[in-house]
Design a protein around this ligand. Structure first.
Ligand code: NI
Length: 144
């Protein structure tokens, strides 16, 4: 069984690759290459998997999940500049593709602190960047 919970967060970024010329950056990223950056109101969805506990009837303690997502992800990205203030993104273009890899990595490495018995697993995250774009990464696609 799976449960998905949604969390809003806001952050700023600028899409700019040091590997590309100024012209190429503009051609690829357009207005998202604006040197002053821009903000997004993102939604993060975290999906967990497992079996409901026989005594509680619940797959996961939602307060525990909220605490985990807040500590491992939201506290590090809420109202920050993703280019400047997130160490893991300093050498990456903070596209939502790259942001998804970083979030999944944080969640996977921090999971055991919050869910010690292993009964509930991190399954997938989705990040909605705009109303029209949603990015998704499975726990087994984490690169590290
Ligand atoms: Ni953007």
């Amino acid at each position: 069984m799976k449960l998905t919970t949604r969390y809003p967060f806001s952050a700023a970024h600028r899409l700019h690759s040091n590997q590309l010329s100024e012209d190429a950056n503009w051609a690829v990223y357009g207005r998202c290459n604006n040197p002053y950056g821009h903000g997004h109101n993102y939604w993060l969805e975290v999906t967990v998997a497992g079996e409901p506990d026989a005594d509680t009837g619940m797959l996961v303690d939602r307060r525990q999940l909220d605490k985990c997502v807040s500590e491992e992800i939201l506290s590090r990205v809420s109202h920050v500049n993703l280019n400047e203030q997130v160490e893991e993104l300093k050498d990456l273009v903070p596209t939502t593709e790259n942001v998804a890899y970083v979030f999944a990595d944080w969640l996977k490495s921090g999971w055991g602190k919050h869910f010690k018995d292993g009964a509930v697993r991190f399954d997938r995250i989705r990040i909605y960047e705009t109303r029209n774009n949603r990015f998704e990464i499975q726990a087994n696609e984490v690169r590290q």
